[in-house]
Design a protein around this ligand. Structure first.
Ligand SMILES: [Zn+2]
Ligand SMILES: [Zn+2]
Length: 61
């Protein structure tokens, strides 16, 4: 029986993460995208790093 590398449980089916190569069960990732939870978090974290911080200085004399 394959073992999920994320939760360490023996499961019927594991999927191989296309990003990190970890074998994960259906509870530990997205089998449609072939991404484990770690990589999903990483991807979503990277995408969410847009910051709209602007220092607008106005010189009104
Ligand atoms: Zn798992
Ligand atoms: Zn992964």
């Amino acid at each position: 029986m394959p073992v999920c590398e994320l939760c360490g449980k023996k499961v019927k089916v594991v999927y191989k993460c296309k990003a990190c190569g970890a074998r994960f069960c259906e509870n530990c990732g997205d089998k449609n995208r072939l991404l484990c939870d770690d990589c999903i978090e990483y991807e979503e974290g990277a995408q969410g790093k847009y910051r709209l911080e602007q220092d607008i200085e106005t010189d009104n004399d």
